[in-house]
Design a protein around this ligand. Structure first.
Ligand code: FES
Length: 312
């Protein structure tokens, strides 16, 4: 991992009563590491939490700024509230290099389905594709009401289907997903319920044509949960991980110290090395190549009865 960047907050504006937009620049005006649409950065908030936010502007090789939008979530773990309440123009924040687990893949047609603040990576991806001008791009942007809709003016005028559930109820997505299309790709980002609905409605599609990102992070104890043993290579300690405990929690119980922040598979802090065994990777951080040798113990579990792990 490259050393984190230290970026100055060059702008902070409210897009809606709950969504703030932050512009981050190098204090000396240097160009920043490039990225493609769908990428995110991880920001260390003033209260110390590390949170991942999608970059909302179209990607480029040497951008002059990163722009992220943060929805205030008073019921969350404090990261968004710290960004809203504690960050001011002129402050310097630690920010990772961009990473992309939601990258654009080639297709003739794209259907984007964005729910609420899930518009943030989608906005960058749609802008990039439209600038290239070679593919057909359709966007469904679902929010509760116009007052809660970030970038309302922009998407109201560009042919996007803007749907507000408070006035029109839930949008029936089946007509958009009924016919699988090997020349198309579906990208969905939004709350867990929307992501799960799209996954269910595309169960008859080729899995490789459907891409989802759940910005709420990962439920560490959801899905398949079987007990397993983790061998901590530096000491040889054998740590039992029960079905109702995360690997991170079990390691801590056993006195193994592992740094962690988001505890939802989105920030990259808790990364460990995988020396042996098969892993059910559930994080939103590691790329396909990295998964052979690393894992995120806050959300990922073993598929084999035993795995051997070590500090990253
Ligand atoms: S603590 Fe953030 S990915 Fe595990």
């Amino acid at each position: 991992m490259p050393e984190p960047l230290h970026l100055q907050v060059a702008g902070k504006t409210d897009l809606t009563p709950t969504v703030a937009r932050f512009v981050l620049r190098d204090p000396r005006g240097a160009a920043l590491p490039g990225y493609r649409g769908g990428a995110h950065v991880t920001v260390t908030t003033p209260r110390g939490g590390r949170r991942s936010y999608s970059l909302v502007e179209a990607g480029g090789r040497a951008p002059r700024e990163y722009v992220v939008c943060v929805r205030r979530d008073p019921g969350g773990r404090g990261g968004s509230v710290s960004m809203h309440d504690d960050v001011h123009v002129g402050d310097v924040l630690e920010v990772t290099w961009p990473a992309n687990t939601f990258a654009l893949r080639p297709a003739k047609r794209y259907l984007f389905i964005a729910g609420g603040i899930g518009i943030t990576p989608v906005r960058a991806m749609v802008a990039e594709l439209r600038a290239r001008g070679r593919a057909q791009v359709e966007l469904l942007y679902l929010t509760r009401e116009p007052g809660e809709t970030a970038f309302l003016d922009e998407f109201g005028a560009d042919g996007t289907l803007l749907h507000h559930s408070a006035t029109h109820g839930r949008l029936d997505l089946w007509p958009y997903l009924e016919h699988p299309d090997d020349d198309a790709r579906v990208y969905c980002c939004g709350p867990t319920a929307l992501v799960e609905e799209v996954q269910a409605l595309t169960a008859h599609w080729r899995p490789s044509r459907v891409h989802v990102e759940d910005f709420a992070g990962v439920d560490a104890l959801g899905g398949r949960r079987t007990p397993f043993t983790a061998v901590w290579a530096p000491t040889g300690a054998r740590v039992a991980v029960p079905a109702d405990r995360t690997l991170l929690g079990a390691l801590r119980d056993a006195g193994v110290e592992v740094d962690a922040s988001c505890e939802s598979g989105t920030c990259g802090t808790c990364r460990l090395r995988l020396l042996d065994g098969d892993v059910d990777h559930r994080d939103l951080v590691l790329g396909a190549a990295e998964r052979a040798g690393h894992l995120m113990p806050c959300v990922s579990r073993a598929l084999s009865e035993e795995i051997t792990i070590a500090p990253a």
